[in-house]
Design a protein around this ligand. Structure first.
Ligand code: GUN
Length: 296
C-alpha cells in the first residue's frame, strides 16, 4: 500500500498560513498583496484555472484584477495591459494564463512582464536565476512538487529522479530545481521525454519518477520498480459519459496499476494540482511583503 500524497491537505495548510500572514502584513505595513490575472479566449480548462486563482485571492484577502479578453484581442492590447500592470503599485504579481491564442507571441508576452512581478516564474530572467541558484520566482507547479516531497519527508538527496517531460512550465524547471546543491534537492536528475527510444530503461532505475508528459495514464507499472515514489503532474480531460460533465480528469500515470508497487504516489485530482495555486499565492505574498530579495 502506497502512501497517498495529499496535495489538497498540504495546499490548505499553506493557504491558511498565508491568510494569517496577509492579515499581519495589512495590519503592520498597510500592504495588501495584489495580483492581475489575464485570460484571453475561452479555453474551458484555462477559464476554470483562472476562476480558481481568483477564488483563492478572495479567500486570502488579496486584491485582484481579472481581465477576460476575447480570443481576437490584438497582441498590442495584451502588451499594453501588461505595461500598465508593470507600473501599477497595487499589483505585485502578473499572471497571463497560457496557452494564448496563436496570433499572440507567447514569448513576447512573457518577456514583457517585469521579472520582479513574474509570479509564474516563466520569464527567462527568473529561469536563469533558478538555474544558478539566485533568489527569484520559482514556477508554481515545480515549487509545489518540492513542497510536497518536503512535507512528506521523502528524501531527494543522492536519489535518482527521472523527470518525464521537458516543458518550460514543469519538466525543465523541476529538473533544474532538483539537482541544486541544497538539502531539499541535491538529486541526480535525468530528463526524459517521449522521444526516448527506450523510456523504461531510464524510468526503471528511478527512485522518484515525475510524470509531466500530458498523456493520459501513460506511465504503467512496467515502467517502474518496486518502492518508487511517483509524482503525477498530468491533468488530462478524457471522455466519461457516466459523469454529468461528460469528462473526467486523469493523470499521466495509471494510478490503479502503479499504486500497488509504489511507496508513495500523488493522486489526480488532489495531488500536485492544488499545490500550483498555493505556490502562486505564496509567490505573490513574497512579492508584496518584500521577503523575496529580488535585486542581486
Ligand atoms: N497554463 C498551464 N499551467 C499554467 C501555469 O502554471 N501558469 C499559467 N500562466 N498558465 C498555465
Amino acid at each position: 500500500m502506497a502512501l497517498i500524497i495529499d496535495g489538497k491537505q498540504v495546499s490548505q495548510k499553506i493557504l491558511a498560513e498565508l491568510k494569517e500572514k496577509t492579515r499581519e502584513l495589512k495590519e503592520t505595513k498597510g500592504i495588501t498583496p495584489g495580483i492581475a490575472l489575464l485570460l484571453v479566449g475561452d479555453n474551458p480548462a484555462s477559464k476554470s484555472y483562472v476562476a480558481s486563482k481568483k477564488k483563492a485571492c478572495e479567500e486570502l484577502g488579496y486584491f485582484s484584477i481579472v481581465e477576460h479578453l476575447p480570443e481576437t484581442t490584438p497582441e498590442a492590447e495584451v502588451l499594453k495591459l501588461i505595461h500598465d500592470w508593470n507600473h501599477d503599485e497595487r499589483i505585485h504579481g502578473i499572471l497571463v494564463q497560457l496557452p494564448l491564442p496563436r496570433h499572440i507571441n507567447e514569448l513576447k508576452v512573457t518577456l514583457s512582464i517585469k521579472p520582479s512581478k513574474d509570479v509564474d516564474g516563466f520569464h527567462p530572467e527568473n529561469f536563469g536565476r533558478l538555474v544558478i541558484g539566485l533568489p527569484g520566482f520559482r514556477p508554481c507547479t515545480p515549487a509545489g512538487i518540492i513542497e510536497l516531497l518536503k512535507f512528506y519527508k521523502l528524501p531527494t538527496s543522492g536519489k535518482h529522479i527521472v523527470v518525464v517531460g521537458r516543458s518550460n512550465i514543469v519538466g525543465k524547471p523541476v529538473a533544474n530545481l532538483l539537482y541544486q546543491k541544497n538539502p531539499d534537492a541535491n538529486a541526480i536528475v535525468t530528463i526524459c521525454h517521449t522521444g526516448a527510444s527506450d523510456l523504461r530503461r531510464f524510468t526503471r532505475s528511478a527512485d522518484i519518477v515525475i510524470a509531466a508528459i500530458g498523456k493520459p495514464k501513460f506511465i504503467t507499472s512496467d515502467f517502474l520498480t518496486n518502492g518508487v515514489v511517483v509524482i503525477d503532474v498530468g491533468i488530462n480531460r478524457v471522455d466519461d459519459p457516466s459523469s454529468p460533465k461528460g469528462y473526467k480528469i486523469v493523470g499521466d500515470v495509471d494510478f490503479d496499476d502503479v499504486e500497488p508497487i509504489a511507496s508513495a504516489i500523488t493522486p489526480v485530482p488532489g495531488g500536485v494540482g492544488p499545490m500550483t495555486i498555493a505556490m502562486l499565492m505564496k509567490n505573490t505574498f513574497l512579492s508584496a511583503s518584500g521577503e523575496l530579495k529580488y535585486e542581486a
